[in-house]
Write a protein that binds this ligand. Structure first.
Ligand SMILES: *Cc1c(COP(=O)(O)O)cnc(C)c1O
Length: 231
């Protein structure tokens, strides 16, 4: 087996073990975070059966999307910080955006989503660890942003995303993810008619805790593709 095949199998095994440990078999989708990795490795991952890929940088993502147009059923997720001058490119090329934390960005994505494409799937990014530096709305503001997004015609609000402060303390990992689950539940109660089915949380180091607390999509980079080289 190639390194990619081996690493994808190992991560799938981790996900299945975590799902089974809490009685959630089949509940979690693997989003392969391919930022900084070449299109060649994304193609190799696709051949192992992977379909969902996450990118953080607009131009890098679009270059890969265009290079890989022949891959059937591939689904592209934008998961990085999004500036308003880049919303058009994202609305035109991606299927999901996980990092919406401002109404202005949501409005532009809806206006700029091409009419021949299905609604753009949206997660609101929540700053669940109360960090000054990270993007994301406060849990309190997530409700009011959701209330605006559900009115935008070319967006489909699917749920919430978080990047909790990195920690090896399982109790702290669980606490952040549990707060996210509770927040999604309040949105589901308020908008039962929306398909609010997505909790995008859990990365290479904390996917088990995220799955135990209700993640439906884990975003994994390093464990699948190896360490990133930003040089
Ligand atoms: C890079 C990145 C990931 C993947 O992180 P790993 O620790 O490499 O698994 C997940 N989510 C977001 C938003 C990222 O930027």
């Amino acid at each position: 087996m190639s390194a990619i095949e081996t690493q994808f199998q190992q991560v799938r095994d981790r996900i299945h073990a975590a799902e089974n440990a809490c009685g959630r078999a089949g509940a979690v989708k693997l989003l392969a975070v391919s930022k900084t990795k070449p299109a060649r490795l994304v193609r190799e991952a696709w051949h192992t059966g992977q379909r969902d890929f996450g990118e953080n940088y607009v131009q890098e993502g679009i270059d890969k999307i265009q290079a890989l147009q022949d891959l059937v059923d591939i689904c592209w997720h934008f998961i990085g910080p999004l500036q308003s001058n880049k919303t058009r490119a994202v609305a035109e090329h991606f299927d999901w955006v996980h990092s919406v934390d401002r109404l202005k960005i949501a409005q532009r994505l809806s206006e700029q989503r091409p009419g021949h494409l299905p609604p753009l799937n949206i997660c609101i990014q929540v700053n669940i660890s109360d960090e000054d530096t990270k993007s994301g709305v406060s849990p309190e503001d997530a409700q009011s942003l959701a209330a605006e997004i559900v009115t935008l015609p070319n967006l489909a609000l699917r749920g919430l995303m978080a990047i909790p402060i990195p920690t090896d303390d399982p109790a702290a990992q669980h606490a952040a993810f549990r707060a996210m689950s509770a927040l999604l539940a309040t949105l589901q109660d308020r908008w039962p008619e929306q398909a609010l089915d997505t909790l995008s949380m859990g990365m290479s180091n904390d996917l088990e805790a995220a799955i135990e607390e209700g993640a439906t999509m884990v975003r994994i980079g390093t464990a699948l593709f190896g360490a990133r080289d930003y040089s």
